[in-house]
Design a protein around this ligand. Structure first.
Ligand code: SAM
Length: 278
C-alpha cells in the first residue's frame, strides 16, 4: 500500500468528489431523521497543504486553490467552500467534511486499511461519539456495517486504484453493498485516464441491476495524455435534486479549474426502470 492521499488532497478529483458528497449530505439534512454515512476508504481525514507531501506535487493549486481564488462562486458551492476554505493551508478530507455538516444525531463510520492513516483518523476523531473509526478493509465493511439501523444515508467508496483488480473489487463491493442496502445512496469515485478502464466500468454498471445511477464527470485535460484526465462518480440513488444542481455547478468549476482544456458530463448510467404490470 503505497498510496497516500496527502499527495493529492484538494486536487481537481477531490473537488468534484467532495462537492457531490456535500450536496448529498445537505439533501439528507433536509429531513429531521438522522442519517448514517459509511466512508469505506477514509484516508487521514484532514490534510496540511503546507506539508512536504502536498507541496511536492502542488496538485491542490490546480484544484481547490483555483476554486477558492475564483470570483463570484455560485451559491450552490457555498456549503462546500465554507468547509474547504475554513482554515488556510488545510484541506478537509471526506471525514472532516462529513463531520462539519453532521448533526448531533447523525452517525459516521470510517474505514481505513493503512495502519498509520487509521491511527491519524483515530486521533482526529477521538472523543466524538458520533464517529466510529475501523481498521480494516472497506469492501468488507460494505457487508458488515450495512444496512444501518437509521435506514437512510450514504456510502462513499473512494479507493486508491493501486491494485490491478481494484475495478473488479469495486464493482463486486458496490453490488454487495446495494444488495444489503437497496435504498442507500452510494457515491463511487473513479479516475478518468487513457486506457478505457472507466468506459468498461460504466458499461458494466449499465448492465447491472443497480437502482438509478447518475454518472458525473469533470475532465480537466485530454485523456490521450499521461496521468489523471479528471475525476468521475457513479451515484447510485442520487438525491433527486443532484442532477439539476450539478448541471449548474460543473460548468462553473470547469471554467475555474481548466477553462482551456476542461469539460464535464452528466448521464444516467442506469435509468429508472418503468414499472411493468401484467
Ligand atoms: C483516495 S484515498 C481516500 C480519500 C478520502 N476518501 C477523502 O476523500 O478524503 C484512499 C484511501 O484508501 C485506503 N485504502 C486502500 N485500500 C483500502 C481498503 N481495502 N480498505 C480501506 N481503505 C483502503 C488508502 O490507505 C487511502 O488512505
Amino acid at each position: 500500500m503505497n498510496y497516500r492521499h496527502a499527495y493529492h488532497a484538494g486536487n481537481v478529483a477531490d473537488v468534484v468528489k467532495h462537492l457531490v458528497l456535500v450536496l448529498t449530505i445537505l439533501h439528507l439534512k433536509s429531513k429531521d431523521a438522522p442519517f448514517f454515512m459509511l466512508d469505506t476508504h477514509a484516508g487521514i481525514g484532514s490534510y496540511d497543504l503546507t506539508a512536504d507531501e502536498a507541496s511536492r506535487t502542488g496538485e491542490w493549486r490546480n484544484g481547490i486553490g483555483k476554486v477558492l481564488a475564483a470570483a463570484e462562486p455560485p451559491p450552490g458551492l457555498s456549503a462546500y467552500l465554507a468547509v474547504a476554505g475554513a482554515e488556510p493551508g488545510r484541506y478537509p478530507g471526506s471525514p472532516a467534511l462529513a463531520r462539519a455538516l453532521m448533526r448531533p444525531s447523525d452517525r459516521l463510520a470510517l474505514v481505513e486499511l493503512h495502519p498509520q492513516d487509521c491511527a491519524s483518523l483515530r486521533r482526529l476523531f477521538a472523543g466524538d461519539s458520533r464517529v466510529g473509526v475501523h481498521f480494516g478493509d472497506g469492501y468488507a465493511a460494505l457487508k458488515s456495517l450495512l444496512p444501518p439501523p437509521e435506514r437512510r444515508g450514504l456510502v462513499l467508496i473512494d479507493p486508491p486504484f493501486e491494485a490491478a483488480d481494484e475495478w473488479d473489487r469495486l464493482l463486486a463491493g458496490l453490488r454487495r453493498g446495494v444488495e444489503r442496502w437497496r435504498n442507500g445512496t452510494f457515491l463511487v469515485w473513479y479516475p478518468l485516464k487513457a486506457g478505457g478502464a472507466d468506459e468498461r466500468f460504466r458499461a458494466e454498471l449499465a448492465m447491472s441491476d443497480l437502482p438509478p445511477t447518475l454518472g458525473v464527470e469533470l475532465i480537466t485535460r485530454p485523456r490521450s495524455g499521461p496521468g489523471l484526465a479528471g475525476g468521475a462518480l457513479a451515484v447510485v440513488n442520487p438525491p433527486w435534486v443532484l442532477e439539476d444542481q450539478l448541471r449548474r455547478l460543473l460548468p462553473w468549476l470547469v471554467q475555474a479549474m481548466a477553462p482551456e482544456t476542461g469539460d464535464w458530463r452528466l448521464e444516467w448510467l442506469v435509468a429508472e426502470r418503468p414499472v411493468t404490470r401484467n
